[in-house]
Design a protein around this ligand. Structure first.
Ligand code: HEC
Length: 197
């Protein structure tokens, strides 16, 4: 009997040793702050955040990034170009300003937000958890108002925590730019918004 127990324990141990060899999960290495920033910069550039969140300068070939104001959102004090709402045939089109920071569609008008670490107009006062909750739930700070199109939170929000951490660390490391992005304009107010311009 004693022999049998010993045999079972030995078998159990060898199975454990064999199985543990198959545990090939890559050990996630903790990145230094510099590595996180470099990785975040790569993800932001490859992920197209600048397309909508950075002001542009106009060239003959269209808009290019204004590298002095990266990721600072829709420039608050630049005038909105005039628009004839009827001629634009709003029900069939989504329109965007030339710099891709102001968007008009069935949801009204949305303005890309300031992602720089300015503490009052950007995300300087946000915690990493605020950032994750916003992107995962599609709501401002995770529980506030719904994020409007064309912010692609449905896809960005599927990124792994480690990638979002890198993006957040990079965004917190860039120069803070004070730019108070306007609040969205709801559909019934759109006509008035263009009249005032
Ligand atoms: C196609 C355009 C577009 C792209 C690409 C885009 N965004 Fe946005 N984003 C927006 C717009 C427009 C808003 C504002 C939506 C609103 O006001 O409801 C926004 C809002 C946000 C917000 C919420 C800010 C707040 O105050 O609640 C965060 C965070 C954000 N974007 C991060 C990112 C990141 C990170 C990337 C790249 C991985 C990215 N966005 C790519 C257009 C875009």
């Amino acid at each position: 009997m004693k022999k049998n127990i010993f045999f079972f324990i030995l078998c159990g141990l060898s199975i454990f040793v064999v199985l543990s060899q198959f545990n090939c999960e890559p050990q996630e290495k903790t990145m230094t702050k510099e590595e996180l920033i470099a990785n975040g910069k790569y993800l932001v550039n490859a992920g197209g955040c600048n397309d909508c969140h950075s002001p542009k300068v106009m060239t003959k070939m269209g808009p290019v990034l204004d590298t002095t104001r990266l990721l600072s959102g829709h420039p608050a004090n630049e005038p909105t170009p005039e628009l004839d709402l009827k001629a634009a045939g709003l029900h069939n089109w989504i329109l965007t300003s030339m710099d891709l920071t102001e968007w008009l569609g069935p949801w009204g008008i949305s303005f890309s937000r300031n992602l720089t670490p300015d503490s009052t107009t950007g995300i300087g006062a946000w915690s990493f958890q605020d950032f994750v909750n916003t992107l995962r739930n599609g709501k401002h700070l995770g529980t506030g108002r719904d994020l409007l199109p064309p912010m692609p939170w449905q896809s960005i929000g599927q990124m792994k925590d480690a990638d979002l951490k890198a993006i957040f660390t990079y965004l917190q490391s860039i120069p803070a730019i004070h730019n108070e992005v306007p609040n969205p304009v709801p559909p019934p107010m759109v006509a008035d918004y263009f009249k005032k311009k």
